[in-house]
Design a protein. Structure first.
Ligand SMILES: Nc1ncnc2c1ncn2[C@@H]1O[C@H](COP(=O)(O)OP(=O)(O)OP(=O)(O)O)[C@@H](O)[C@H]1O
Ligand SMILES: [Mg+2]
Lengths: 557, 334
């Protein structure tokens, strides 16, 4: 026993232990404790006395609130259905047909990722609103409310669905497919017997992810929800309007439910999916089929056109004096009204996103390095790994309200952070943690397992190995993480809407405020600025990747 | 007193033994090869000696000091892995200097002089400014070796350093590694599952199987007097033949072929003849349907006019027979 203890202690590298504990402490601070505050509050009155299930009883006794659950489920289900269908068809077209301009279509599908969800809604207003381009052509829909929300959420979730299907279809084992094709099976049978089983786990996953995204989004309902209340808007009303934090906490826990379900499904299907993806899958050879290609080309073109129409409508609004009444071209809309944040909010967004990207990249990469390369201390790394995947299940709004409940109490020594850019950065780092973590872990797993052993033998401290070897070799992944954090922070709204300080507004919130104040053209102009910055960052990233590939090639030949 | 002592080391992964009460001693300046089939625990033993892995129980004594609880950095060894683990973003000389700078307080110039010296020793001087991926497998291997010896370690650990190379390069590097080792007089432990490698390079070989040490001794000694049937079958080839006094083991080259049968000779049917250059191997079938292998010099073979399908007479010299009557494991000769 003493023997074991001695051995255990002798093995611990104190530096490693400290760093690991620091990382876990950070996660506890920004995730575990705030979530605990949220759950605690759901069972407390606004005077912070324990009241058991009273809050929930009150919630379900109030039809106005209760209705929102059905509203939210309703639009989320419809959204999940359409996004899944379109996402699949689009991904199928890009991986299993011989249509042209695949690269073009692939990038076009990503457009919605580069703009906040409030902007999807704004674009729809320009197309289908009272004076909308399409409305004026004589095609009218009831935009504000259910239909508008569904349209907006489909735009929002489509890229996610597409990307997930794309990865599966691109890397799933094609050999089976070819074998069956060679046997002359009819296309429909082939689709049902081969393609569907191939994507079945992804399909389940996509449905849950789209459902959850639509379920928890706040941007679109804020702009075109109208009187169609959903949970996210209720939550906002309870907190920002009525200061009823207990009821807010109750709604927060409700928002969390599908996210947790999606999370569990993701865990299960990921494990099951491992087997289906073989690294050595052969490249699929796609047969010629004119009919199929024409169909899919038209489909992709229509979807791509819709996205361009959306952006085009925004541009129309942004560059004309008063659409549709005065169509003279102007740049006046880029002189933003300071009352809604002005141009300052745009720079605030950039500042916040840069800081988030810098802090987040360092934190995520160091975090996954510790999880991947620590020897011993398995108990701690196990907890750390659990922490790393939990953020995936946390909707922005839940993070927002949890942060209020945790940080905005006078007794909390970190209270000073509240209302600063610091808390916005923390919320963002946490919100978008999981995807970068997987990216970093994947990159680190590719490095030789023995680097650590070799450097230990040469007495090289781990931190030195880390910055001289692990970081340079993982640079592409680090860039990807940086870009992901930047773009995500530029467009996010849900966590921030509870946390921003009126003196430090960010662009996504400003857009919503401009729209609410009737400065819709300025909102469109601001949206374009965000889009341009995000696309530029993405381009820079692609260029940097080309440059890195070129440099490593030189090192290899 | 020996330089390195591994005493009663036991290591389990889950409830499966990787090492079961292993004892090893290595003298100063000696080259020891740990040899055994895949999964027998060789790498685990090496990593425990290095301090990269913990043992469940037992003791590691290095240079007279109990080092069981020392971290790797304090044990002062150089290590080469099968994958080489060269840092791909550093040149050959960069790889070598990386560790040296950490270990030594000497000036930059002195370190570089020393690094170049080591590079000359492994014949990589011209390649010093290349990146690992621009090197051949053998050159990468030598870079890893240079990096390990450049820090002037008190012993060297090699985990299958040659297994990723093709046969020709491997042969060349065997003698190179051995001559560098002798030149530096550095205590070296090398893991391999290639018996030829162990026999040609080692002062002493340690044969492992199923997480225990089966035998240790000079290659010649192990070859001539394998203490268990496993060792007999694993090092070289061995026939296990049932004769009147029970099962006996005999090396293929110890069996004599005779032209005329005498009373104590055995007959066998020639099934296959395999020409191996200087040697010819004959695969025969005994009366009791057991297989037998015989090696004879090709010159002798040519003088004997043997054909497949013919019958041959075997004489088993008494002094070359070994019996493992109480052992249970019987290995097929390779
Ligand atoms: N980290 C580990 N976790 C669990 N089991 C392990 C681990 N490392 C080794 N083992 C097991 O311990 C046993 C010995 O492994 P070891 O790597 O020492 O074998 P080896 O003799 O080096 O084999 P090889 O010649 O294939 O390299 C094997 O059964 C292996 O599966
Ligand atoms: Mg091994």
């Amino acid at each position: 026993m003493i023997e074991r203890m001695k051995q255990w202690i002798s093995r611990i590298n104190i530096g490693q232990l400290i760093v690991l504990c620091f990382m876990l402490a950070m996660m506890v601070m920004i995730m575990v404790l705030p979530l605990f505050s949220l759950f605690a509050r759901a069972f407390q009155s606004n005077a912070e006395e324990f009241v058991g299930l009273e809050n929930y009883q009150a919630y379900f006794r109030t039809p106005a609130l209760f209705r929102s659950i059905w509203n939210t489920i309703d639009i989320s289900l419809v959204t999940a259905f359409f996004s899944t269908v379109f996402g699949f068809l689009y991904a199928y077209a890009l991986t299993r047909t011989r249509i042209r301009f695949k690269t073009f279509f692939r990038y076009v599908a990503l457009i919605p990722i580069f703009i906040p969800t409030v902007v999807h809604a704004l674009g729809l207003i320009y197309l289908f609103g009272r004076q909308g381009v399409i409305t004026r052509m004589g095609f009218e829909i009831e935009l504000y409310g259910r239909i508008g929300l569904i349209l907006s959420q489909v735009i929002y979730t489509f890229p996610q669905a597409f990307l997930m299907f794309f990865v599966t279809l691109e890397y799933a084992d094609g050999r089976l497919y070819e074998a069956v094709e060679a046997m002359g099976v009819k296309p429909l049978t082939r689709f049902i017997k081969i393609t569907l089983p191939e994507v079945k786990f992804t399909l389940i996953n996509v449905i849950f992810v789209c459902f959850t995204l639509a379920f928890t989004d706040f941007g679109a309902p804020m702009v075109i929800g109208g009187s169609f209340n959903v949970l996210a808007t209720d939550l906002h009303t309870q907190i920002a309007g009525l200061f009823n934090f207990s009821m807010g906490a109750v709604i927060g826990t409700l928002l969390l439910t599908p996210a947790i379900m999606a999370f569990i499904v993701n865990r299960i299907t990921n494990v099951a999916n491992m087997g289906a993806m073989s690294a050595k899958s052969t490249k699929l050879i796609i047969k010629k089929s004119r009919g199929r290609d024409v169909f899919f080309f038209i489909l992709c073109s229509v979807i791509a056109f819709c996205f361009f129409a959306l952006i085009g409508a925004l541009a129309l609004g942004a560059f004309t004096t008063l659409y549709p009444f005065n169509m003279t071209l102007t740049l006046d809309n880029f002189r933003f009204n300071p009352a809604q944040g002005g141009i300052g909010s745009f720079f605030n967004s950039i500042t916040m996103s840069l800081i988030t990207a810098a802090v987040g990249t360092v934190f995520v990469f160091a975090y996954s390095y510790m999880m991947e390369k620590t020897n011993g201390l398995t108990a701690l790394t196990k907890i750390g790994k659990l922490f790393s995947i939990l953020p995936m299940a946390l909707p922005g709004m839940v993070i927002g309200i949890s942060f209020i409940l945790f940080f905005n109490t006078p007794t909390n020594p970190l209270n000073f952070l509240f209302g600063t850019i610091g808390i916005l950065v923390m919320a963002n780092v946490l919100s978008f943690f999981s995807v970068p973590f997987l990216t970093a872990t994947g990159a680190l797993k590719k490095l030789d397992k023995e680097f650590e052993s070799v450097s230990d033998s040469m007495s090289i401290p781990r931190w030195k190995l880390f910055y001289r070897v692990s970081v340079p070799l993982s640079f592409p992944a680090i860039l990807e993480i940086f870009m992901y954090y930047f773009v995500s922070s530029m467009v996010t709204i849900s966590a921030l809407v509870f946390l921003y300080n009126p003196t430090f507004r960010v662009a996504s919130i400003s857009i919503a405020h401009m729209q609410a104040a009737g400065d819709i053209a300025q909102a469109a102009a601001m949206s374009l600025l965000i889009l341009v910055v995000n696309v530029a960052v993405r381009l820079l990233y692609e260029l940097a990747m080309i440059f890195i590939k070129y440099k490593t090639k030189r090192r290899e030949s | 007193m020996s330089f390195l002592k591994v005493e009663n080391i036991t290591k389990k992964f889950g409830n499966q033994f990787a090492l079961n009460n292993v004892n090893v001693e290595v003298e100063k300046g000696e080259m020891v090869c740990i040899l055994g089939p895949s999964g027998c625990g060789k790498t685990t033993l090496l990593r425990i000696i290095a301090g990269l892995e913990t043992s469940d129980s037992g003791k590691i004594v290095i240079d007279g000091r109990d080092s069981t609880y020392f971290p790797a950095a304090k044990r002062n060894f150089g290590i080469v892995f099968q994958s080489y683990a060269l840092f791909p973003n550093m040149t050959v000389i960069g790889n070598i200097l990386f560790g040296m700078k950490q270990k030594s307080k000497a000036s930059k110039e002195d370190l570089e002089i020393r690094a170049l010296e080591v590079l000359r020793m492994v014949d990589l001087f011209e390649h010093r400014n290349k990146y690992p991926r621009q090197l051949s497998g053998g050159q990468q291997q030598r870079t890893a070796l240079a990096r390990a010896i450049a820090i002037s370690p008190s012993f060297l650990l090699l985990d299958e350093p040659l297994s990723a190379l093709d046969a020709k390069v491997r042969n060349k590097l065997r003698s190179e590694i051995r001559s560098i080792q002798k030149e530096l007089g550095i205590t070296t432990i090398m893991v391999t599952h290639d018996q030829e490698e162990a026999l040609t390079m080692a002062d002493r070989a340690i044969v492992m199987n199923n997480s225990v040490v089966e035998q240790s001794g000079s290659p010649r000694d192990i070859y001539n007097n394998p203490s268990t049937p496993f060792v007999a079958g694993f090092i070289g080839s061995m026939n296990f033949i049932k004769i009147t006094k029970g099962e006996q083991a005999i090396r293929p080259e110890k069996i004599c072929l005779v032209r005329h049968s005498e009373q104590h000779d055995y007959t066998a049917l020639i099934r296959a003849i395999e020409f191996k250059g200087a040697l010819t191997r004959i695969n025969g079938l005994m009366r009791d349907k057991s297989e037998v292998y015989i090696d004879l010099s090709s010159q002798e073979f040519d003088s004997m006019n043997l054909r497949e399908g013919a019958t041959m007479f075997l004489r088993l010299p008494e002094k070359c027979l070994t019996s493992y009557s109480d052992s249970l494991i019987i290995e097929e000769p390779v």
